[in-house]
Design a binder for this molecule. Structure first.
Ligand code: DX5
Ligand code: ZN
Length: 211
């Protein structure tokens, strides 16, 4: 199981990045909230760009915006492994998946807690990753929504015969307790923010998620 660290709930973001660099986390999870698509903590692109330059980890970008034509090219100029956007944007989804792929970057599709998971079905053969939100997006530090587990099991069954190996990622409220059910499914990729960054020892928290 790969671990992507979110810094959305950190006050001292640059300091958090330096400390994430010292861990064996697989990716840094970059949340981009525009304040319109969802409300939440808005960190402008120029600041995220500065942050990403400090990171020694590749980026797992999570776009919470409708302005994809504008932001995909901007984020694609950074060191991205994945760029993920939300199925709730509703239109031109194939076009945006292709746009991300045109930069040689893997494309992900995210799903909010209240969204019917049938919405992602048509795109499973096109994407590299499905990001299931286990909190309402916008802020770090929220509690894991337990209904996410059933949703993940269903998605896993859709992916059973998948030869393209779509990666299943979960985001929000993940700690040493909530991770237990995720390991049983199992998911491939977890995002964890406040559980890791609220500690003096990031590596210890990462180890506890892995063990
Ligand atoms: C919520 C973000 C998450 C969040 C994760 O909008 O997408 O990435 O910051 O942080 P924790 O682990 O604190 O829920
Ligand atoms: Zn996120």
């Amino acid at each position: 199981m790969k671990i992507s660290v979110s810094f959305l709930s950190c006050k001292q973001v640059l300091e958090a990045i330096r400390r994430i660099n010292l861990t064996d986390a697989d990716f840094i999870h970059v949340d981009f909230v525009d304040g319109k698509f969802v409300e939440g903590r808005v960190i402008p692109f120029r600041k995220l760009k500065k942050i990403s330059k400090l990171s020694t980890k590749r980026l797992d970008v999570h776009l919470m915006t409708n302005q994809l034509k504008h932001y995909i090219p901007k984020f694609a100029s950074l060191n991205c492994e994945y760029i993920t956007f939300h199925v709730e944007v509703g239109k031109d989804i194939e076009k945006y998946i292709e746009l991300i792929h045109s930069y040689g970057i893997k494309a992900g599709l995210a799903l909010n807690p209240e969204t019917d998971l049938e919405k992602i079905k048509p795109y499973l053969s096109m994407v590299d990753l499905i990001l299931v939100m286990s909190v309402v997006p916008g802020y770090g530090g929220q509690s894991f929504i337990p209904e996410t587990i059933d949703k993940l099991k269903k998605i896993k069954s859709y992916l059973k015969d998948d030869k393209d190996q779509v990666v299943l990622e979960v985001d929000g409220g993940i700690n040493d307790q909530t991770v237990k059910e995720l390991k049983k499914i199992p998911v491939d990729f977890i995002v964890s923010g406040s559980y890791i960054t609220s500690s003096d020892n990031f590596q210890e928290r990462i180890d506890s998620l892995r063990s």
